[in-house]
Design a protein around this ligand. Structure first.
Ligand code: APR
Length: 320
């Protein structure tokens, strides 16, 4: 049986990390596509030379030609520009929308049967636009944000509770921005909900509020510290988990930006909700009961995403 093929559109910081992870896990052969001259081929060659030491079998190729992504099973999109200190994700809209158009058309022409994971920011608007430009079915195009935001939340909770990150589950819903909604009621340590842990004296509501605030600005904190560019290890590893769930039909339940058609009272919008990813792409959208505060937070997030779509439509008439 032929190996799976994973095409990475954008071979920058996240793209390079994705390539390393995909190859090291032997998920398939990897194509790194970028508009930059030489760089994707350089990264592909460097990674191929890591293979004998690490002991993985995967072919890696760098390219500037969309024809090379033909037959890809999974396409992960990071093409575009990342944030600089002081910028919000929304500041990237104008530049990255044009990039999504080129990428969407490339996918449509060369890899129309792929499962597509978008990472480019501002995420919820870019995944919507990428789907429009590519014309793929909605269940085959998702955005990576919730897995990353939840991972950030899990890391902070594990530190606070002094337990293994492996035992902490957490849920972050809504858009990938300052309006994201970390939901404490559905966040647990080995099944014990966070509100119960507060009652048990493991922490306080004030500390939880501070962790929620830090999770919301988790990406910005890293942008500030790096000084140049944005996070790449955790974003890459989050997208790889989604790709694996598709390729291996694992049916894992992840919070992802998915296309809603009435669920959560939202129509024709990509926003972060729990979904099951399997061989069909989005196998199911999971509607969980939200308390009033989470509902209100989710609505604010939805409204923020809607505003970005209005801006996208104003910038590109073909989206209107
Ligand atoms: N087609 C293909 N690649 C492109 C295009 C395009 N039209 N435009 C830009 N690129 C490439 C750049 O050449 C660069 O190599 O996208 C790559 C982006 O890499 P980085 O600048 O290193 O950014 P990265 O940290 O990987 O983040 C990428 O993900 O998290 C988001 O906000 C982040 O939108 C940003 C994206």
């Amino acid at each position: 049986m032929a190996r799976n093929k994973i095409a990475l559109i954008g071979a920058g910081m996240i793209g390079g990390t994705l390539a390393h992870l995909a190859a090291a896990k032997e998920m398939g052969d990897v194509v790194l596509f970028d508009i930059a001259e030489g760089m994707p081929s350089g990264k592909a060659l460097d990674l191929a030379q890591a293979a004998p030491v690490e002991g993985f079998d995967a072919k890696l190729k760098g390219t500037k030609d969309y024809a090379d992504i033909a037959g890809a099973d999974v396409v992960i999109v990071t093409a575009g520009v990342p944030r600089k200190p002081g910028m919000s994700r929304d500041d990237l809209l104008g530049i990255n929308l044009k990039v999504m158009k080129a990428v969407g058309e490339g996918i449509k022409a060369h890899a129309p049967n792929a499962f597509v994971i978008c990472i480019t920011n501002p995420l919820d608007a870019m995944v919507w636009a990428l789907r429009e430009f590519s014309g793929l079915s909605h269940n085959m195009v998702v955005g990576m944000a919730g897995v990353l935001d939840s991972a950030r939340f899990r890391h902070f909770l594990a530190e606070e509770f002094d337990v293994s990150v492996k035992d902490v589950t957490a849920f972050v819903l809504g858009g990938h921005g300052d309006t994201m909604v970390p939901v404490l009621e559905y966040s647990t340590v080995a099944g014990i909900p966070v509100p119960d842990l507060i009652k048990m004296g493991w922490s306080t509501q004030e500390k939880m509020d501070a962790i929620v605030a830090r999770t919301r600005s988790g990406g910005g904190e890293i942008v500030q510290l790096l000084g140049n560019g944005s996070a790449y290890y955790a974003p890459a590893t989050s997208a790889i988990a989604m790709a694996e769930s598709y390729l291996k039909d694992q049916k894992r339940l992840f919070p992802c930006a998915a296309h809603l058609t009435g669920q959560y009272g939202v129509d024709d919008l990509y926003v972060g909700v729990p979904i099951v990813i399997g061989a069909k792409g989005v196998d199911r959208i999971v509607e969980i009961e939200l308390n009033e505060a989470a509902k209100a937070g989710f609505q604010i997030s939805v409204d923020a995403v809607k505003e970005l779509l209005v801006a996208c439509k104003a910038l590109d008439e073909s989206l209107a």
